[in-house]
Write a protein that binds this ligand. Sequence first.
Ligand SMILES: [Zn+2]
Length: 215
Amino acid sequence: MSATFHPTDELLVAYGAGSLDEASALLVATHLALCPRCRAEVARIETLGGAMIEDLPPADLGADALASVLARLDLPPSPPKPRRPAVGSPGLPAPLRDYLPAEMEALPWKRLAAGIEQVVLLQARGIRARLLRIGAGIAVPEHGHGGMELTMVLQGGFADQGQGYARGDVAMADRQLVHSPVADRSETCLCLAVTDAPLKLTGLVGLLVNPFLDL
Ligand SMILES: [Zn+2]
């Protein structure tokens, strides 16, 4: 089944240009592994980028400009390089699987609340990628966001704001959104989440669930 909710065009363009931060690039690469539509879009963006550079008249490029374009072309391609060879975590898209330091069950999962666990995969310049595991039917305590949050479903699904998200779907949240996503009842929901600022708990539950402040 193909994804219904995709990364924004801005994210795909930045990914195609190799200018995304490592955590966001990991999420987009993982989505691309499951989404032919976005793979085609990124290929189109890359072709377009190459054509635009070819179309530039040489007179418009000073020596510095040319050097800077060439330097940009030399940027390492996304996604980030795996830290170690792939380990056995069946069902995970390759870009993410190759990135895990150990098999799923051997990762340092940390309990956040009843039925909710996370493991931080990487954190750089304030942007964090983590795996979230939410038990079947469990609701994440209501929270707002200090910045943007991208959440991609890897297994199972969740409901949020009247929408259903399944494997491959990317949900986006920003400062305006206060929400309480609920995992589908059928199975554990596994997500890859990227945040650029800590989440802010809002409801009464937020006052009671201190570990969640670490989100
Ligand atoms: Zn897509």
